[in-house]
Design a protein. Structure first.
Length: 143
């Protein structure tokens, strides 16, 4: 019984460590307010992570916001970790997160209802690529 408990505890510890090392966190100083899944976030410093298509955006002041995205590969227009925004006039919407050091894997977020409505009214969209610094989850405490 005791050996079984230790085996279970050891397995859980290994799974936790493996998921932490697989997670990439990028730190971004976003100079404009932006929308993600219908929520407006202010300009500021953020930690953004992407693990198995789940994107977590953590404000250094306000806490975390999490949403699911589609895993994409093949690289973005940027050669390093970056955040990609769609800009309609003065409104920005987070579109993609590229957090791997080689920028070949990332997550594409679904358009919110507000973004779809703005896109219908204003078809002129600009893609804004914001290069960001990266860190390893083992060095950044996940909250």
């Amino acid at each position: 019984m005791r050996n079984r408990s230790f085996a279970t505890l050891g397995t859980l510890a290994l799974l936790g460590a493996a998921s932490a090392f697989g997670q990439q966190i990028v730190r971004a100083d976003i100079p404009f307010e932006f929308n993600i899944a219908g929520k407006l976030l202010p300009a500021g410093n953020y930690d953004v992570s992407c693990t198995s298509g789940v994107v977590t955006v953590r404000s250094h002041t306000d806490g975390a916001f999490t949403m699911a995205g589609n895993i994409v590969s093949g690289g973005s227009e940027a050669a390093k970790p970056s955040l990609v925004f769609n800009r309609y006039g003065d409104k920005y919407f987070l579109e993609e997160v590229w957090s791997s050091p080689d920028s070949t894997h990332g997550a594409s977020l679904m358009k919110s209802k507000a973004e779809r409505e703005i896109a219908r009214a204003n078809p002129d969209v600009a893609r804004v690529i914001l290069p960001v610094g990266s860190g390893v989850a083992a060095l950044i405490r996940a909250r």
